[in-house]
Design a protein. Structure first.
Length: 125
């Protein structure tokens, strides 16, 4: 796995490992059943996040490499749960990103993931 910024920071109680981070998160999206990985789609389940940026995530992510997705210039930060195998993956997009950017990242994940379900989180209100 190749991320732009690799760090070994582990969140409270060791539940979240920060994989690519240049800023801290101000909100935590809810994870749940979403669009199944395997092919791009514009029908990803949507939710309104607690952050001011768009987010894209997946439950039960299984992949060989997320480099094409994580190295997209719209990705500010990627986090993955520290449990093995990982049960959650989340990407926060840079401020000023658009819905089209979130869809592009979600489509990238849909291609890269061998399993899991994908969701998109819109900025808070």
């Amino acid at each position: 796995m190749n991320f732009r910024c690799l760090s070994a920071a582990v969140g409270a109680l060791g539940l979240i490992a920060v994989l690519a981070s240049c800023a801290s998160s101000t909100g935590t999206p809810e994870f749940g059943p979403r669009q199944t990985a395997g092919a791009p789609s514009t029908s990803y389940e949507r939710e309104t996040g607690e952050d001011t940026s768009w987010g894209v995530g997946a439950t039960d992510p299984r992949y060989e490499s997320l480099s094409p997705c994580s190295e997209d210039p719209s990705v500010e930060m990627a986090v993955q749960s520290a449990d093995l195998p990982s049960s959650r993956l989340g990407m926060r997009l840079v401020p000023g990103s658009t819905e089209a950017d979130a869809l592009r990242i979600a489509d990238c994940l849909a291609i890269a993931l061998r399993g899991g379900q994908i969701w998109i989180s819109a900025p808070a209100g």
